[in-house]
Design a protein around this ligand. Structure first.
Ligand code: CA
Length: 132
């Protein structure tokens, strides 16, 4: 599933959001859209990977627990791809397990945020990663 929530011209950065829980995906699209970004939401990692070929995003918010491909695996694939490795990845995880966070960063995630998240913190982190 893909949903374009905001499209107000070329100047707005595009952010991909991969999250299989539709309520959370909707919330993320709303919050990130309200912060001035265009968003594309995906409930499946495979669909997101295919969409990369049409328009690469400025950043990817990537849920760790996905039904088709594990978030860590997606992260690993993107960071191993010459064309996509520069796209920052913000890992989204419900796991409070330190092991997973460490793994995410080792697999090349640029930052991570734990669910439940504060929208303001998420936006601040997204902006910080994009500025890097
Ligand atoms: Ca999930």
């Amino acid at each position: 599933m893909e949903t374009i929530t905001k499209d107000q011209g070329e100047k707005m950065d595009l952010i991909y959001i991969v999250e299989d829980e539709s309520d959370i995906l909707e919330l993320l699209q709303m919050e990130i859209g309200a912060a001035g970004y265009r968003t594309l939401g995906f409930e499946r990692a495979q669909v997101m990977l295919e969409a990369l070929q049409s328009e690469a995003p400025r950043l990817i918010v990537l849920d760790l627990m996905l039904p088709d491909i594990d978030g860590l695996e997606v992260c690993k694939r993107l960071k191993a791809n010459a064309q996509y490795k520069t796209i920052p990845i913000m890992m989204l995880t419900a796991r409070s397990d330190l092991e997973d966070k460490v793994k995410g960063l080792e697999y090349g995630a640029d930052d991570y945020i734990t669910k439940p998240f504060e929208a303001r913190e998420l936006i601040a982190r997204i902006k910080a990663v994009i500025r890097r």
